[in-house]
Design a protein around this ligand. Structure first.
Ligand code: CDP
Length: 208
């Protein structure tokens, strides 16, 4: 069974996907970590983010053991990831790893931007998780504040808006809700409520 969870930055899709995977005993892949890890490696070797050759070379030599590096969650790496994510050759280079992961038994929960549309169009369950930009900025702001980051709420909101525009506006695999995906708006929900709602959607889909 494959469960595809897509959605914009700070929508809560990562926390949700991880909880669902634990609950159902499935593997979990955060595909954002692949884009982040490639961005980290490109920057660490002093290449430019618009150097397609370097970006693809880093993707091809990506060490999957380095995907849980805490440094990947740094805001600068997220920004850099979203800048390189528009390169079609990079997306193609990361596709095989994602599809092989999806094929692992007994199944997987995979989160990202294009899982329901491009990576796993045949997923048994697709959920597009969202929340208003203000609520997502509020969550990201609190998260960053706890890490001692000095960015203001307004700056965080602007970054969220810019990232949404870049992720949804690119030509290659833009972020969008698949036609057969259920929408889960978590604006008014905490993580427990979002989890209960997602489990309800999964049960309904599977019993159909
Ligand atoms: O956690 P957050 O939502 O901020 O970001 P993420 O899921 O770690 O993804 C970082 C960036 O990688 C996104 O802004 C996308 O541009 C890109 N990405 C993508 O293009 N396709 C995916 N399947 C996952 C991430």
């Amino acid at each position: 069974m494959i469960i595809a969870i897509d959605g914009p930055a700070a929508s809560g899709k990562g926390t949700l996907a991880r909880k669902i995977a634990e609950h159902l005993g499935l593997h979990y892949l955060d595909t954002g970590s692949l884009y982040r890890a490639v961005a980290r490696d490109v920057l660490a070797r002093g290449y430019r983010l618009d150097d397609t050759w370097a970006v693809v070379a880093m993707a091809r030599s990506l060490d999957s053991a380095s995907l849980d590096d805490g440094g990947l969650r740094e805001p600068g790496i997220g920004e850099a990831a979203s800048r390189i994510a528009g390169i079609p050759q990079l997306r193609a280079a990361l596709l095989k790893y994602q599809r092989e992961f999806a094929a692992r038994l007994p199944g997987a929960v995979i989160d990202g931007r294009d899982i329901g549309t491009v990576v796993c169009p045949n997923a048994s369950v697709k959920i597009f998780v969202t929340a208003t930009p203000e609520e997502r900025a509020r969550r990201r702001f609190l998260e960053r504040q706890a890490c001692g980051d000095a960015a203001t709420f307004e700056e965080t909101l602007q970054l969220i808006r810019d990232r949404d525009a870049r992720d949804a506006g690119r030509e290659s695999a833009p972020m969008r809700r698949a036609d057969d995906a259920d929408l889960l708006d978590t604006t008014e929900m905490d993580i427990e409520a979002a989890f209960d709602a997602a489990v309800g959607l999964i049960k309904r889909k599977i019993s159909q």
